[in-house]
Design a protein around this ligand. Structure first.
Ligand SMILES: Cc1ncc(COP(=O)(O)O)c(C=O)c1O
Length: 408
């Protein structure tokens, strides 16, 4: 038997079923028209942002990294909750603008920005977090062609990393950002060229659950921003301190101690150097904001046995929830939090594997997990599905079609 990940706190039971935003899994499937479906909860999004506002110093702005969940109603809802949006492509820019979000609230990071993307961002007043000298120079040149002063920040590749993060994006040779020892020279060039200088973006990694590692990284980020500012000879207008706040996906994972992070940050902010005294500060969060607000619901279409093992075969799978199948950046496959939504309060009595409908052994949503006995027609819930689910899975694979999505 293999343990399941921890179900995020706060889900309720109605009539024996998992309830999300006051509706049972069966009702949600009926409202959506069918399974498989992703349900995102407004309530849970609101609660998460409220918790961050309470724990982090008020001076720290909250940016939403749209890549975590670009579903239009989620973006629209986040517009009323967060301060800024971080995008990684022209597609994300279009989604954000379509929700009426002003480009000045948006910054654009990510390697390989094409001229057409840079132009669209400059026109919209978006801050470009330039990832290289070449990209910064193209941005300056395109600004001149368009007759618009571009807003430019530099994404810095710091020499330190975020300890314990699931994905490291700083420290050593990386395709992200400008190495820290070349960043000041580039900033001077950008300022001399007449661009609107927006400061630094220092994103070191994601999915960290260790508060000490995040506290240490935030201290390093502030120190680096100060050092760079002194090298440039300019105070920092804005510092995007990165994010990396993780959520518990697997057995044994502990939730992040946000209170300690907030307290440590508060202490640091009381003693900032002159170069950062007036700086607009923000963190950039994706999964921490939306991950636990989403549940993937998929119906059991077959129950079978093979060599004494039970398989619950669903109408969903890795084409919607690649991460839960263990094929999105994990080395060792472990079970996500999974439950039989239509028997949410039933005792677990049997070992079963929940698999998808794709013809590949990789398509496993839960492997040899202890679950209540489930039958054809029951609905399985995969939790922590609000981030990197629908938009980070190979939806076209094997022609099974996309999942429905609802914000409720
Ligand atoms: C630049 C940048 N910002 C934000 C994120 C979002 O990370 P997470 O969803 O873990 O908060 C990532 C993730 O890769 C990233 O590369």
């Amino acid at each position: 038997m293999k343990p399941l990940g921890p179900i995020p706190a706060g889900f309720s039971v109605i009539g024996g079923e998992l309830a999300i935003a006051g509706h049972t899994a069966s009702q949600l499937a009926e409202l959506a028209g069918d399974t498989p479906l992703f349900v995102y909860s407004r309530e849970r999004l609101d609660a998460r942002v409220a918790e961050l506002r309470m724990r982090l110093p008020p001076r720290i702005g909250l940016n939403y990294a749209v890549k975590a969940n670009p579903f239009a109603p989620v973006i629209a809802h986040m517009a009323g909750l967060v301060d800024g949006f971080d995008i990684a492509s022209r597609g994300e820019l279009e989604r954000v603008l379509a929700e009426g979000i002003d480009g000045v609230r948006v910054s654009f990071a990510g390697p390989g920005k094409r001229d057409s993307e840079l132009k669209a961002a400059i026109r919209a007043g978006v801050t470009l977090n330039c990832e290289s000298e070449g990209e910064a120079r193209r941005t300056l040149a395109l600004g001149e062609v368009l007759g618009i002063t571009p807003r430019i920040a530099i994404r810095v590749n710091p020499s330190f990393e975020l300890r314990g993060s699931g994905m490291k994006m700083g420290g050593g040779a990386k395709q992200f950002g400008v190495d820290q020892d070349r960043a000041a020279a580039l900033a001077r060039e950008i300022i001399a060229a007449g661009a609107e200088w927006r400061g630094w973006h220092i994103f070191t990694g994601s999915q960290a659950l260790d508060a000490d590692a995040l506290i240490e990284t935030q201290a390093n980020v502030l120190a680096l921003a100060d050092q760079l500012a002194r090298d440039v000879g300019r105070a920092v207008p804005k510092l995007n301190m990165g994010g990396g706040f993780g959520i518990p996906y697997f057995h044994g994972d502990q939730p992040l101690d946000l209170r300690r992070i907030g307290e440590a940050l508060d202490t640091r902010l009381r003693d900032l150097p002159d170069s950062l005294a007036q700086t607009e500060l923000c963190v950039e969060l994706g999964r921490y904001l939306v991950g636990e607000a989403g549940v993937y619901l998929t119906r059991i279409v077959d129950r079978k046995e093979s060599h004494g093992q039970v398989f619950l075969v669903t109408d969903g799978g890795l084409h919607h929830q690649l991460a839960a199948s263990g094929n999105f950046g994990t080395v060792v496959r472990r079970n996500y939090p999974v439950a039989i939504a239509t028997r949410f309060d039933a005792e677990p009595v049997e070992e079963a594997s929940v698999v998808g409908c794709l013809c590949t052994p990789l398509d496993r949503l839960a492997d040899q997990a202890l679950l209540p006995r489930a039958e054809v027609g029951d609905i399985v819930a995969v939790f922590c599905a609000g981030a990197y689910g629908a938009s980070a899975s190979p939806m076209e694979f094997l022609g099974q079609g996309p999942a429905r999505q609802m914000l409720f």
